[in-house]
Design a binder for this molecule. Structure first.
Ligand code: C2E
Ligand code: MG
Ligand code: MG
Ligand code: MG
Length: 290
């Protein structure tokens, strides 16, 4: 499967590996070593309101391979998902998120943290128990935790998925549909699920406001979300024009390079302290360092 790999996948292929299976097995083995060897890092990217004030952040994993350099989660998350390693990775991310929430709460910030939860992770029989346990152990406040799930989660066992989401919602956790509009294309689930938020995928945002079709799609999504009472986060906002267009059409939150690249979690928490001392003003950030 040499699709969507980009540069990182090419690097893997160039090492002389024969087959896709070999590539996958190597990546699986190295990912397991990466977990134990501290090569995985928790990054976070700000989510801001219309004024550019941070309202929270999304936790995004980074893998710094000692020989191969940075490897994109777009490549290693699907491998982790298929091998089952996502369970360990997901546990780790959740714990990091809870600890970070405590740090933020301790510093007096009312910021939410969004955690990506993959379908396989969500479907673990003991997932709810695990979430309860980590909340109890860390004493983090679940009301500031948002789980981002994709439409792919809704393909099978919608009934069980809804029941489980409700159970987690009872704990205070909120749900967001990530990459909205790119997957399972039935709107019927929107009214059945206990949802808080929609994230408009960056593929729809990137050509606004110039492209007529994307402009119409984004406007419809914003209006639908408003009528359903859902918060919207537009992903991949890179230009002032995009932000102006989104704001003019009622988008409440944005996430993208215009407002900040993903950065190491600790540095982000420090930054919030500094930002809190300054007037709200979106800053065009430097490229993400890896
Ligand atoms: P996602 O959840 O949709 O995350 C948003 C992606 O958009 C991130 O890619 C982010 O770096 C990127 N992005 C943010 N702003 C911009 C922008 O202005 N322009 C462009 N072009 N891109 C932007 P990233 O960090 O490479 O992650 C890719 C995907 O990997 C994520 O997509 C998510 O599906 C998955 N992922 C990352 N971390 C985790 C994790 O801890 N657990 C799980 N299950 N999946 C994860
Ligand atoms: Mg996400
Ligand atoms: Mg997304
Ligand atoms: Mg995406």
């Amino acid at each position: 499967r040499a699709k969507s790999g980009g540069r990182n996948q090419v690097v893997f292929f160039e090492t002389g590996m024969q087959s896709e299976i070999e590539l996958r097995l190597t990546m699986e083995r190295e990912l397991s070593q990466a977990m134990d060897g501290g090569q995985l890092q928790m990054y976070i990217q700000s989510q801001v309101d219309r004024l550019g004030t941070p309202v929270g952040g999304e936790l995004l994993m980074r893998w710094h391979h000692p020989q191969r350099g940075p490897i994109s989660p777009a490549i290693f998350i699907p491998v982790a998902e298929e091998s089952g390693m996502i369970i360990r990775l997901g546990d780790w991310v959740l714990r990091q998120g809870c600890l970070a929430l405590n740090q933020l709460a301790g510093a007096g910030f009312l910021l939410s943290l969004s955690v990506n939860v993959s379908p396989r992770q969500f479907r673990q029989p003991d997932f709810v128990d695990k979430v309860r346990l980590v909340l109890a152990e860390t004493r983090a406040d679940p009301h500031h935790l948002i789980f981002e799930v994709t439409e792919g989660l809704l393909i099978d066992n919608l009934h069980d998925t809804i029941a489980r989401m409700r159970e987690l919602a009872t704990l205070g956790i909120r749900f967001s549909i990530d990459d909205f509009g790119t997957g399972y294309s039935s709107f019927s689930y929107l009214k059945k699920l206990p949802l808080y938020e929609l994230k408009i995928d960056k593929s729809f945002v990137q050509d606004t406001p110039g492209d007529k079709n994307d402009t119409a799609i984004v406007q419809s999504m914003l209006s639908m979300a408003e009528h359903l009472g859902l918060r919207v986060v537009a992903e991949g906002v890179e230009t002032r024009d995009q932000a102006d267009f989104l704001i003019a059409n009622g988008c409440s939150c944005m996430q993208g390079y215009l407002f900040g690249r993903p950065m190491p979690l600790d540095a982000w928490i420090d930054l919030q302290r500094k930002v809190a001392l300054q007037p709200a003003m979106p800053v065009i950030s430097a490229p993400e360092k890896s």
